[in-house]
Ligand binder design. Structure first.
Ligand SMILES: Cc1cc2nc3c(=O)[nH]c(=O)nc-3n(C[C@H](O)[C@H](O)[C@H](O)COP(=O)(O)OP(=O)(O)OC[C@H]3O[C@@H](n4cnc5c(N)ncnc54)[C@H](O)[C@@H]3O)c2cc1C
Length: 369
């Protein structure tokens, strides 16, 4: 099968069944419905956006290491798509720079190396500047005097993910998408013409299935007989501060080690609060959202020294990422099995969501279409 056509008008079923109504599944459904496909979204919970999407930090990112990875490329593309998407949906997008700062002279070589590297990799798409502490404090007056220098990277943003999810669901419905909430997909039978999904509320038939099941996408892929490795749950804890209002995202350099985390940040949320975090620790259960005093102490120790004034958490929450077995997004189309598996859509999956949708649309359209 080199591509796929829409089902004839009279045929039962949908052109595409999307499994999962997180931000990625919704972005896919919205995009495909926009190009005339009959789309059904199958979600095990009672409403959209209650999975990984519910427990994240709301940042539209620019810097994602390693720069050559698929997640970095899709985040950059997604970042550029957010202005139009948010305008279309009527969702607030607050654009702002990120300040990646150092507060120890010993870290200055790291700063200089980071500047050369980030400028080389991103400089054509986003403005990257090297700044002294005094200039950084003009951009972000809350920064501590101990901050001696940093990078200013333009092009970041924040959204309210709950607003985004609800507008995406409404706009998808307006484009004709059908939602089947409270329906858990338990198995799949792919035949020549279509796939039949067995769900807790009956069978659903579609020409192509997009597996956007977040933390469970590895298990849904296995139901199609596709082994893409096992996801590891990576718990992230975030604090919300109400008395702290920032103009820029602030993160300490060096960023998180390896490809698993960017190390968290101080994030000005769209409601005027500041999100601090997230942390990262591998946990045993995909449903784990528990946080401890130790998590909060870790956030205070890491981010406290970057600010002039002390901060206090008004609320603490946690989310769990589907850590990819390859360290990168896995976007895998099996035409014979009629399924696109989106596995390991860890951070920055919110940023990348519109670009993932664009990639899925191209993949299932096949060559020459
Ligand atoms: C702590 C933390 C902070 C983050 N911060 C950011 C950030 O600031 N910026 C950024 O870009 N990204 C961030 N991310 C990453 C981002 O949140 C995720 O990449 C994104 O939300 C993934 O969305 P999704 O739609 O793939 O998954 P989900 O939101 O989990 O959606 C999958 C859906 O599938 C459903 N489902 C699962 N199995 C089945 C089944 N068998 N049948 C039917 N339905 C099923 C689930 O109920 C769920 O609703 C963060 C993640 C975490 C955990």
């Amino acid at each position: 099968m080199s591509g796929w056509g829409a089902l004839p008008e009279a045929a039962p079923g949908s052109d595409v069944a999307v499994i999962g109504a997180g931000v990625v599944g919704l972005a896919v459904a919205y995009r495909l419905a926009g190009s005339g496909k009959r789309v059904v979204v199958v979600e095990k919970e009672k409403g959209p956006g209650t999975g990984v999407t519910a427990g994240q930090a709301n940042v539209i990112h620019v810097v994602q290491l390693p720069f050559g990875s698929l997640k970095s490329k899709l985040a950059r593309r997604g970042n550029h798509m957010y202005d139009d998407l948010c305008r279309e949906l009527g969702v607030r997008l607050n654009r702002m720079p990120a300040l990646l700062v150092v507060n120890r002279w010993l870290a200055v070589p790291v700063l200089l190396a980071a500047f050369a590297y980030v400028k080389l990799e991103l400089g054509k798409e986003f403005r990257v500047s090297l700044m002294r502490g005094s200039s950084l404090r003009k951009a972000e007056p809350s920064l501590a005097m101990g901050v001696i220098g940093g990078l200013k990277v333009d092009g970041y943003g924040t959204v309210d993910v709950h607003e985004l999810v609800s507008r995406l669901a409404d706009a998808s419905t307006a484009r004709g998408v059908t939602f089947r909430f409270g329906c858990k997909v338990t198995s799949a039978d792919a035949r020549e013409e279509a796939v039949t999904l067995k769900t807790s509320c009956g069978e659903i038939r579609a020409r192509v299935v997009v597996n956007a099941a977040g933390l469970y996408s590895d298990e849904v892929a296995a139901a199609f007989g596709v082994d893409l490795g096992k996801l590891e749950p990576g718990l992230g804890v975030m604090a919300v501060c109400s008395g702290l209002s920032l103009k820029c995202i602030v993160a300490p350099l060096p960023l998180g080690t390896g490809s698993r985390t960017k190390g968290g940040a101080l994030i000005p949320a769209t409601d005027g609060t500041t999100i601090v975090g997230p942390t990262l620790r591998v946990t045993q259960s995909k449903e784990d959202r528990a946080h401890t005093e130790e998590d909060l102490a870790q956030l205070t120790a890491k981010f406290g020294p970057l600010l002039k004034a002390d901060w206090k958490a008004a609320r603490v929450y946690a989310g769990t990422r589907p850590l990819s077995p390859t360290g990168d997004f896995i976007i895998d189309y099996r035409p014979q099995k009629r399924v696109v598996n989106l596995v390991g859509i860890e951070s920055p999956g919110l940023t990348a969501a519109p670009a993932i949708a664009e990639m899925v649309e191209r993949m299932i359209a096949g060559p020459g279409q």
